[in-house]
Design a protein around this ligand. Structure first.
Ligand code: BGC
Length: 734
């Protein structure tokens, strides 16, 4: 990474060094000083230097390979060489939303993004973003491939754990929180994978059919909220085709929607292996051809001379190349990455682990707690069963998997093929529970022998069964737990009526044993201090406050799609999926169909109780504002979440995809007896509207709407009626 000292004279001859100029002016000035080869340097990104060395010199010049080899952080995800003559730094790119992933390095892993979304508190991912960005900078990176925002349309999708739930407003705010945290540390962050990359099976060849209306009211709305609330420096286009056009040359998504309508100033980078052409990609919106060589990339697309030839033939204009280069530079200036270069240095892993632990403590969701079995008070003996709970907690697989500080305590875990390695975080729930309950006898059984687990459960006051669902990039999963886990829970529950289940999962699972266990804690993938967070919640040191960012379906039969096209088949099949359900995702789908979920979107219990009062919903010139007061009606302090939904009197007449939509939420820490500061929020009008493709507008239909207040999508006891006027406005941002 280049560091430089700017002087007035230098800033005059190289005006992009002048920090008084705007990021746009600086980016344009730098590009104006570049040769065509320097511009081309900016638009090609490379992955592993050793793989790159195997490519022919007439594709990637030997000099470029040498620069990558000499400057890349070995084992990292991507690298774009510097332009030393102009003091333009290299772009050192690291995965991903949960922390720094570099082969051979140990770093701090946040809980999964889905877990963090369950905090219903954007300051949680923001704090996480600051922490992982500080580690990234101290590892020598200035660009983070972090900020997954695809909606959990398909509950079995293998990367839901990297994303932020099923609702556009929640997902947008949570993804923005992470990106804001990262970019506050003078790093570029990435919003990905744009767009409708909602299943992993056959992701390199899947063609998704979805109407523009549905897209704008669902997946694109989440991205739009995240984008405008965080201004990500880069957006990563996705592998799949959307309505017949590859994600990375999708004119509708990249050119029209992102750049023209939303006014995006940063750059579009390709997912690794998602480039399919030279001129079409450049002309339809791709700015940086990243991740070469990877995943079946065709070499010529990454050859500077091929790009030059396309310019010579008039297939790509110089104006477009200048635009690509300007867009790539803009975030380096706007985030401060240019003026404050990253530098490798020592990392405070202890403080960073505390950030990850707090994120988990704010996020784990208590799903069930009959008879207030939890927290565990005065228990003399605890049987901990399964899930390697003696050693650690599970993480998801793929490019977001961080090798934790302290290493993987379960290196033998399967599968041993991509998205391997299966990583457990070295935070043993058992060891942590022993610390929290020093007087209790805490014993462990692996669960491999059900009879032994049952015997241990029978001889203990309480039994805690840990179940796991491994999910990872490039594969989808089933909602059923693998192996004998359901049988194990059923057998233990039959042996000990005080059985608690702790779930470590990528997303939703089915729970055939739900009614036979009194307590269930959803821990998702809780990160590097996940075991500590679980133990502190089980013991009552921490009052749980997470709420589900996804619905848990009661049955496979309730899913919008019976099968995932191409599921469990070798990669490369040309498969197609039609998203007939459109924007009717998650709780919206269950509402329309009248299916009762196992656990509803927004559900989450506490060791105290809350009441929502002083509800307000006012309309001023068509703009809806909502507010409420949260009161702690129980005995211990806790964090409660007010959730506000809007339901048209007649949702079909209003043109909505479903009976209700989440429009606002607010989390607060409240002491018993006192009230949290009353809050008020303006509702984004798009949450009340339909997208009209004919004139690219948003439209609200006049009528009566019910504003619903409560603490979960299935617990909304208060309704305030409002009248909205007819409204229509352009989808183009000002
Ligand atoms: C993933 C991206 C990741 C990239 C670089 C791809 O396989 O889809 O999310 O950023 O690899 O590792």
């Amino acid at each position: 990474m280049l560091a430089f000292v700017s002087s007035p004279a230098l800033a005059q001859s190289q005006p992009w060094l002048d920090t008084s100029k705007s990021p746009e002016e600086r980016a344009k000035a730098a590009v104006a000083a570049m040769t065509i080869d320097e511009k081309l340097t900016l638009i090609f990104g490379f992955t592993d230097a050793d793989d790159l060395a195997k490519q022919a010199d007439d594709i990637v010049p030997a000099a470029v390979k040498a620069v990558v080899k000499a400057n890349q952080v070995p084992g990292s995800s991507g690298f774009v060489p510097a332009i030393p003559r102009l003091k333009i730094p290299a772009q050192a790119q690291t995965d991903a939303s949960l922390g720094v992933r570099v082969e051979g390095m140990q770093r701090t892993a946040l809980p999964s993004s889905l877990a963090t979304a369950a905090s219903f508190d954007p300051t949680v991912p923001e704090a996480g973003g600051r922490m992982i960005a500080s580690e990234a900078r101290l590892t020598g990176f200035n660009t983070f491939l972090a900020g997954g925002a695809n909606l959990a349309r398909e509950p079995r999708s293998g990367r839901n754990f990297e994303y932020v739930g099923e609702d556009p407003w929640l997902a947008g705010k949570m993804a923005a929180g992470l990106i804001n945290g990262i970019q506050s540390q003078h790093m570029v962050s990435t919003l990905k994978h744009f767009a409708v990359n909602d299943q992993e099976s056959q992701r390199h060849s899947l063609d998704v059919t979805i109407s523009p209306e549905a897209m704008h009211q669902s997946d694109l709305l989440a991205f739009e909220f995240a984008y405008e609330q965080s201004s990500p420096g880069s957006v990563m286009c996705s592998y799949n085709l959307i309505n017949g056009r590859w994600g990375c040359e999708n004119e509708y998504l990249l050119q029209k929607t992102l750049k023209q309508d939303w006014g995006y100033k940063g750059y579009v980078m390709a997912d690794w292996g998602a480039v399919h052409s030279t001129a079409d990609a450049a002309n339809y919106g791709l700015d940086q051809f990243t991740g070469f060589p990877c995943c079946g990339d065709r070499k010529p697309w990454f050859a500077p001379k091929v790009f030059k030839a396309a310019i010579d033939k008039g297939e790509i204009s110089m104006t477009r190349l200048d635009d690509m280069a300007t867009r790539i530079l803009w975030p380096l200036f706007s985030t401060g990455a240019f003026d404050d270069p990253a530098k490798a240095g020592p990392i405070d892993f202890r403080s960073n682990a505390a950030v990850a632990q707090k994120a988990a403590e704010d996020s784990l969701v208590l799903l069930k707690n009959d008879g207030n079995l939890l927290p565990l008070v005065g228990v003399k003996s605890v049987a901990m069963i399964g899930g390697h709970a003696d050693k650690g907690v599970l993480a998801g697989g793929g490019s977001s998997a961080v090798m934790p500080v302290g290493g993987n305590p379960v290196p033998e875990a399967d599968p041993k093929v991509w998205p391997d390695p299966v990583i457990y975080m070295p935070s043993s729930p058992m060891a942590a529970l022993k610390t929290e309950l020093p007087k209790a006898k805490v014993s462990y059984s692996s669960g491999n022998d059900i009879a032994a687990a049952v015997a241990l459960a029978k001889s203990s006051d309480v039994a805690i069964v840990f179940v796991t669902q491994f999910m990872g990039e490039g594969m989808d999963s089933t909602l059923e737990l693998k192996g004998d886990q359901d049988a194990l829970v059923a057998a233990v529950a039959a042996a000990n009526p005080k059985t608690i289940v702790v779930i470590e999962s990528g997303g939703a699972i089915l729970m055939p044993w739900k009614d036979s266990v009194p307590a269930i804690l959803e821990a998702f993938y809780p990160g590097i201090r996940g075991g500590h967070a679980i133990a502190r919640i089980l013991s009552g040191k921490v009052n749980p406050s997470g709420h589900l960012p996804i619905s848990f379906p009661a049955s496979d039969a309730h899913l919008a799609h019976a099968d995932i096209p191409g599921f469990d088949q070798p990669d490369g099949k040309a498969v197609h999926v039609t998203y007939d359900e459109g924007a009717t995702i998650g709780y919206k789908w269950y509402d329309v169909k009248g299916f009762k979920p196992l656990f509803a979107f927004g559900h989450g219990l506490s060791y105290t109780t809350f009441a929502v009062s002083d509800t307000k919903a006012t309309v001023d010139n068509g703009a809806l504002s909502v507010g409420a007061t949260l009161r702690n009606t129980g005995k211990v302090p806790g964090k409660g979440v007010v959730q506000i939904y809007v339901a048209p009197d007649d949702y079909k007449a209003a043109g909505w995809e479903a009976p209700k939509r989440l429009v606002a939420f607010h989390k607060d820490l409240v002491a018993p007896g006192s009230a949290a500061a009353a809050f008020a929020q303006k509702v984004d009008p798009r949450l009340l509207a339909t997208y009209e493709v004919a004139d690219n507008s948003w439209r609200v239909k006049a009528g009566t709407y019910h504003v619903l207040f409560g603490q979960a999508s299935d617990d909304l006891p208060i309704s305030v009626d409002i009248t909205l006027p007819d409204m229509i406005w352009s989808a183009v941002h000002n």
